[in-house]
Design a protein around this ligand. Structure first.
Ligand code: NAP
Length: 286
């Protein structure tokens, strides 16, 4: 596995495990619990050490399944990212949310705790003070944000004594400056350069655009043949070739988990990175 530096003492793998849909989407779905727990265990056995989740996922059930999958394992070898949802950003709500996540995850601390998305109706100052409290209490190691613009990152940082170390954003070959789901914009032109200049890790979510990048015919087919790698591997390798970018593809399928791991440990040529940079892949709704 390759790593990038979250801060001077903490390395984060370039590839982690996403969990949106594991245990349900907006609501809890318990129909595949045993399989889901097994797939998280498989991922860890294969070498995944960073797991991304959120209180939102499956209305908390994703965290519960992760808690069951990691029970008995050496916690210090795992990195867990979770997120407080945008409706829970009042000072007391952040603390309650974090404590509930810890309970569901059956752990004493969350490595990286993110604000899932900005909420203009709740003063950021309150939220950041609550995140500082969680760090002080050692319930959280590091803090960050998700779907934040440069202005929102700057404002958040002003209110916190802890450095914002992560911005998790929709970024992939298809979503550059425009996210068809409307989470975020200006990723390539503004957010990524700002994060790179300020030592903020970019956690790119939806790295294969939920399969869209694999379904359409594109330059990825040619590169796939050239490198003897799958289209998913090329799309992931392009992301992690960039300064400060790591990613978190979701999979519950052991073959995909292995395939995605093999997106790491080799390099696209500068020329081909450039070619991918310049290619317009369209997006799912156009
Ligand atoms: N902060 C935010 O607002 C936010 C928003 C969205 C997502 N996220 C995080 O980012 C993670 C990744 O995003 P995502 O799950 O939306 O999209 P994604 O990782 O781009 O795509 C996941 C989908 O692709 C399939 N897949 C994975 N690897 C594959 C491969 N090698 N070949 C073919 N299909 C493959 C998965 O199915 P199988 O399970 O069958 O492999 C799943 O259906 C999420 O799980 C979540 O943790 C964060």
């Amino acid at each position: 596995m390759e790593f990038k530096l979250l801060n001077k003492d903490f390395k984060i793998p370039v590839l982690g495990l996403g969990t949106w849909g594991i245990g349900g989407f907006m609501e809890t779905d318990s129909t595949n619990d045993e399989k889901s727990i097994q797939s998280i265990k498989d991922a860890i056995d294969l070498g995944y050490t960073h797991i991304d989740t959120a209180e939102l996922y499956g209305a908390g059930h994703s965290e519960e399944l992760i808690g069951k999958a990691i029970k008995g394992l050496d916690r210090s070898k795992l990195i867990i990212t979770s997120k407080v949802f945008k409706t829970n950003l009042r000072y007391d709500d952040v603390i309650v949310s974090c404590k509930k996540s810890l309970e569901r995850l059956q752990t004493d601390y969350i490595d990286i705790y993110l604000i899932h998305a900005p909420n203009p109706d709740i003063p950021l100052k309150e939220t950041m003070k609550a995140l500082d409290f969680l760090v002080e209490e050692k319930l959280v190691k590091f803090i960050g944000v998700s779907n934040f613009s440069v202005e929102q990152m700057k404002e958040a940082q002003k209110y916190s004594k802890n450095k914002i170390l992560v911005n998790q954003i929709p970024f992939n070959l298809s979503a550059r400056n425009y996210d068809w789901k409307g989470n975020c914009s200006n990723m390539e032109s503004e957010i990524i350069p700002y994060c790179q200049e300020n030592d903020i890790i970019i956690m790119a979510f939806r790295p294969i655009e939920r399969g869209f990048l694999l379904e359409t015919k594109s330059i990825l087919d040619d590169l796939s043949e050239k490198y003897n790698k799958t289209k998913a591997q090329i799309a992931i390798n392009w992301l992690i070739s960039k300064k400060g970018i790591i990613t978190i593809p979701k999979s519950s399928n052991i073959e995909h988990l292995k395939e995605n791991l093999d997106a790491v440990g080799w390099k696209l040529s500068e020329e081909d990175i450039d070619l991918l940079d310049k290619t317009n892949f369209g997006s799912p709704n156009v």
